[in-house]
Structures are given as structure tokens and as C-alpha cells.
Design a protein around this ligand. Structure first.
Ligand code: AGP
Length: 608
């Protein structure tokens, strides 16, 4: 998720674009760049690191002009270096492109461009667009971009400037947000309204596969066929702070809403044309993968919970023993790992000290370490043998939501890939599981659209002193995650248990009205979960059950039923996690707490 600004008007474009990038920097901040049309020259400046590095680099330069585009990057393809910073250009330096998203077929496009003599100068997927514009531009930049979008697969927002177009910036979007700012003699495009809110509050959304022509005189929007499309203009009431949060009161609420995109982006670009997985980033040969005798997953907190789900998936699909270890405990128990061990280190920040030290210990024992992280260039990513990047985008709130969701997608993909290579799942089964995964972003969105009753429930539970969470199978890690969210956000004593464990002690905790959240999506263990709901209800619990659409087996014993769409039971964590995130965030909000910055916590625990 990157920050993007485009401007055409009468003001000096550099200041307009930099001002927009400063407000967008929360969206990504490992490099930044601008392209300004100065006279007949398209001048490009870009720098790794924070925006301040770019501002310092251009402070002594003359970048005068009234047309410009800019970008702050959250790297997904290629490390955060000057060479990979946007804007990217063509061979002749007449085109500049900034991009947010993943061009899934960029390798095929790169091969074709190189065969036709283009020289690639970065590790990014974005650069292919600049070379394609160079090839196809015939004086109509909008038509060129429309033609290129038809050949791109994946999610993208593109903003393009051309040296021969002094009054035109062209933008296009698929799956990721792009919005137009409408001024008087000046017009804007941006990743969100914060890009231009300082100059205009008149905005227009851009829909799927639409192309925007931005000129001083006005804006034209077309579909990919070139047909002009109408759209609603709206007035932006948010102040800048609210705009950064997409109009939400807290970043966490916005990040919860971004989870479909986080999964879509994490899945994107990892399947090849034959519908199977293609994970070069594991840097493991097929023989290496076939030699694996055990898997050990090391992580902390919510990342540990996604690792627990990974255990169920990998053991089911790969028939490999999987241990999931609290990273802080791992190295102190002198674990038995070695060359035949695949260690998977999961860390959103990639800087968690416990996970880092556990990773180092595993590598010292000659295990192969795969990092699963959301942060390109993080220490974990640099010290592991291989990296699988989740593409959740920057996560500002301390309580992790979209990053954990992306981690869940990641462990499913890695598990399926191991099974595909080891042959423990045949190609038809792998394709079927991938098809199920590809449906999940829409199903997650469906759950998000049903959260009204959960917000009401949160207001009713805001004074709860203790809440229990129960689940079986992959519901158990999610019970742990639900409890962690409530602890860290609302400061309520909460515990997650395997539902089968409740009678071995924890049931003594239940008093009249104790809220008990039971994760009971349709599952082979359904009858046992229904029994558990009855057991706790019989002792006075207030039962809140997360159940599958149409499943009435738990209804008689549930005080509240939260419905989720049907899906394969192994994938239900991608759906059951959402109501618990919303419940905890809304209880914290009802209690007047800082949802984004809970007391005593840090976004990354860089000390042991
Ligand atoms: C998650 O909501 C918590 N903020 C915390 O448990 C977090 O998951 C843990 O500290 C691990 O962080 P990491 O993924 O960056 O390593």
C-alpha cells in the first residue's frame, strides 16, 4: 500500500506533490520520489528512506513546473533502495510512472520487453509499465494506458506522466483505491483524499478498471474501452487526521476494513498460468523441500496464533510434523533442529527481538529459515535464508489485524506449496484449495458488512470483567487471538481455550453472565462444540457463538449468534477472526480507550 499523488494546475507542482506525500507517508515510507514536467523536460528525483531524505536531496535542485506526480513506497517487489524507488521511467526517460499494487504477470511482460531491447533498471514490477508506454505511445497517452491495463493482471493504481503531454496526467485503477480531486484550473489524483485535501474538498471516486485523464481544464474518466463514464462528485468533510484514517476514528478500524485487500495482495502474483503455486521467494529447490523432515514455526503474539493455524494446514496437506513455538522460549529449551528442519519465523514488523534471536539460534543449528514478514528490508527478512512477504501494507495500529490476516493467507500458501512440491496433494487438489483461497477476500468483505450487531454487542459487553473464548481445531488458535485482542485493546481479562479443555478446570471461571465466545463454524467437531456451548450456558454463561450461515444446531443455546459465510473448515480463521477484532476494538472505543495506542504496548517489541 503506497502513497500516490498526481497534479496538473497553475501552482508549482513540486510543493503540491510533496505536501500530498507528507500526508500520505503513513501509507508507506521506505522510499519516495517525484517527477515534475519542467518546460519540456520530465525531471525525476527519488530516494530510499523517509520522505525527508527526498526533500533533502531536491532542496538544492530546480524542479519548477506545474505538472507532477509523486510516490511514497511500501515495498513489495524489490528492496527499498534508490533504484527501486518510484517514479520509474522508460529507456528514453520520457515517461514517468508511479504505482501501488502488484502486477502479477510482470515477469512475462519483462521477458518480452527485454527481448525487444528494453533495458530494465530496477527490481520492481512497476517499471514494465513505463517501457510499455514507451512502446505504445502514439500521441494519445490515455489510449496508451487503456491498452496497457488490458494486458496487466493483478491489482494496481497507476499514475503516468509523459514529456510530450504538458497538460495531462493519466491514472488507472484495479482493486486498489484511487480518488480524484477537483479544483479550479487545477486537478488532482491520489491514493486517498489526504493527497489533495489541502487544496480541494471536491472529490470523485474512481471505479474498477477506469482510466482518468487529468487536465487543468477538467477531468475525463473512461472505461478500458474508451467510453466516457459518469461519476458522483462528493464533498470531503473529514479533517486531515480523519482522512488519513479513511474517515474512521482509529487506524485499527480502517485496517480491519483493509483485510480483503491484504489477503488479495498476499495471494496475488504467486500462482502461475497453470493455476499452481510459484514461490521462487522460498529459495528452496524441490529436492530441499522434499528433504524436510520437520517444520518448526517461531513467533510471538498474534503472529504465534497465525503460526498455530499454519500447523493444522501444513500437517494436513504435507503430512509433516509441525511444532509451533513461542519465540521467547524456543532457544532456551535447546531445541532439536538441524538441516532437515524448515523453520518458519513469522513477524509483521520483522524486528521482534524474541523472534530474531530464535531465528539466529535456528540458523546456527543449520536449519533452513524462511521468514514470513510484512516489512521489506526488516532485520528478520535480511537474516533469514528466504523471505515470503505478506502484502498487508503498513499497519499503524499496535493491535495487529490486517497483518495477521495476511499471515494466515501466507501460511496457507506456503503449506500448499510444500504439499504441491512434495506431492502429498495432487495438482487438482492444490488448484481446488487455491480456488477456495481466492474466494476468501470476498467472503471476508461479506463478514465486514455484517458487523452492525457486533458493534451493538460491544456496547453491551463494555463493562465485562472476564471473557472466555473457546474453539476447536483451527478455532483454538483463533480463540487465543480473540482473547489477546480483548486483553490488549480493552484491558479486560480474557482467555482462549481449546473447547475440549473447558471441563478440565476453566469452567470453574464461569459465573452468571460471564460472556463466553465460542467459535463454532460448520465443522466435523460441530456436535462437540454444541455440547460445549450447552455446558457453559448451563452454568450461567452468556453465550456468543460465531456460526456458519444456515447452521441452526447452536441456535437454541446461543444468546447471540454471529453469522459467517460457509467455507472450507480449514480456512474459517480468515472469517472468524473478523468479528473478534471488531468486538474488541468497539469495546475499547466504548470504554473511551485509545484503540490505536493501547497502554504499555509497542508496535514492535525490539527488546527481549
Ligand atoms: C498483536 O496484536 C500484538 N500487537 C503483538 O502480539 C504482536 O503480534 C507481537 O508483538 C509480534 O509482533 P511481530 O509480528 O511484529 O513480530
Amino acid at each position: 500500500m503506497c502513497g500516490i499523488v498526481g497534479y496538473v494546475g497553475e501552482q508549482q507542482a513540486l510543493e503540491v506533490v510533496l505536501g500530498g506525500l507528507r500526508r500520505l507517508e503513513y501509507r508507506g515510507y521506505d522510499s519516495a520520489g517525484v517527477a515534475i514536467l519542467s518546460g519540456s523536460d520530465l525531471l525525476v528525483e527519488r530516494k530510499a528512506g523517509k520522505l525527508a531524505n527526498l526533500e533533502k536531496a531536491i532542496s538544492e535542485k530546480e524542479l519548477a513546473g506545474t505538472l507532477g506526480i509523486g510516490h511514497t513506497r511500501w515495498a513489495t517487489h524489490g528492496p527499498p533502495t534508490d533504484r527501486n524507488a518510484h517514479p520509474h521511467q522508460d529507456c528514453a526517460g520520457k515517461v514517468a510512472v508511479v504505482h501501488n499494487g502488484t502486477i502479477e504477470n510482470f515477469e512475462v511482460l519483462v521477458r518480452g520487453l527485454e527481448e525487444r531491447g528494453h533495458a530494465r533498471r530496477s527490481d520492481t514490477d512497476t517499471e514494465v509499465v513505463a517501457h510499455l508506454v514507451e512502446e505504445r505511445y502514439d500521441g494519445d497517452l490515455a489510449a496508451t494506458v487503456r491498452s496497457i491495463c488490458k494486458d496487466l493482471e493483478g491489482s494496481f493504481v497507476l499514475v503516468v506522466a509523459h514529456q510530450d503531454e504538458p497538460d495531462l496526467v493519466v491514472a488507472a485503477r484495479r482493486n486498489l483505491p484511487l480518488v480524484i480531486g477537483l479544483g479550479d484550473g487545477e486537478n488532482f489524483v491520489g491514493s486517498d483524499v489526504t493527497a489533495f485535501i489541502a487544496h480541494t474538498r471536491e472529490a470523485r471516486a474512481v471505479d474498477q478498471d477506469q482510466v482518468v485523464e487529468v487536465r487543468r481544464s477538467g477531468v475525463v474518466v473512461t472505461d478500458l474501452g474508451g467510453t466516457v463514464v459518469d461519476g458522483e462528485t462528493y464533498h470531503v468533510d473529514w479533517d486531515t487526521a480523519a482522512a488519513e484514517k479513511g474517515g474512521h476514528e482509529f487506524f485499527m478500524l480502517k485496517e480491519i476494513e483493509e483485510q480483503p485487500a491484504a489477503v488479495r495482495e498476499t495471494l496475488g502474483g504467486r500462482m502461475q498460468e497453470d493455476g499452481l503455486l510459484h514461490l521462487d521467494e522460498l529459495s528452496m529447490s524441490d529436492d530441499d523441500i522434499r528433504q524436510i523432515e520437520q517444520v518448526v514455526i517461531i513467533a510471538c503474539g498474534s503472529s504465534y496464533h497465525s503460526g498455530l493455524v499454519g500447523k493444522y494446514a501444513i500437517e494436513r496437506w504435507c503430512r509433516l510434523p509441525v511444532q509451533v513455538e513461542m519465540a521467547s522460549e524456543f532457544r532456551y529449551r535447546d531445541p532439536v533442529v538441524g538441516r532437515s528442519t524448515l523453520v518458519i519465523a513469522i513477524s509483521q514488523s520483522g524486528e521482534t527481538a524474541d523472534t530474531l534471536e530464535a531465528l539466529r539460534h535456528a540458523r546456527a543449528q543449520k536449519a533452513w529459515v524462511l521468514a514470513v514478514t510484512n516489512t521489506v528490508g526488516s532485520t528478520v527478512s535480511r537474516e533469514a535464508d528466504a523471505v515470503f512477504y505478506t502484502r498487508g501494507g503498513p499497519e499503524v495500529a499496535v493491535a495487529s489485524t490486517k497483518a495477521v490476516m495476511a499471515q494466515l493467507a501466507a501460511v496457507y500458501v506456503v503449506g500448499l506449496y510444500l504439499a504441491q512440491v512434495r506431492g502429498t496433494r495432487d495438482t487438482d487438489e492444490v488448484r481446488a484449495h487455491l480456488a477456495d483461497l481466492l474466494e476468501m477476500p470476498d467472503l471476508i468483505q461479506e463478514v465486514l458488512d455484517r458487523m452492525g450487531p457486533v458493534r451493538q454487542l460491544a456496547r453491551e459487553l463494555q463493562d465485562a470483567e472476564r471473557v472466555l473464548f473457546l474453539g476447536r481445531h483451527v478455532g483454538y488458535p483463533m480463540a487465543l487471538e480473540g482473547a489477546l485482542k480483548l486483553k490488549e485493546l480493552a484491558y479486560i481479562s480474557a482467555e482462549g481455550f481449546p473447547a475440549g479443555e473447558i471441563k478440565h478446570g476453566p469452567i470453574a471461571l464461569i459465573e452468571e453472565g460471564t460472556p463466553v465466545v465460542v467459535l463454532a463454524p460448520r465443522h466435523a467437531l460441530q456436535a462437540k462444540l454444541v455440547n460445549n456451548v450447552q455446558e457453559v450456558r448451563a452454568r450461567g454463561a452468556r453465550t456468543i457463538v460465531i456460526a456458519t450461515d444456515g447452521d441452526e444446531s447452536v441456535t437454541p443455546y446461543a444468546d447471540t449468534v454471529i453469522r459467517i459465510p460457509d467455507t472450507k473448515s480449514l480456512l474459517t480463521p480468515l472469517l472468524t477472526i473478523v468479528p473478534m477484532q471488531v468486538l474488541s476494538a468497539e469495546i475499547a472505543r466504548a470504554r473511551g480507550l485509545d484503540v490505536d495506542q493501547p497502554r504499555n504496548l509497542a508496535k514492535s517489541v525490539t527488546v527481549e
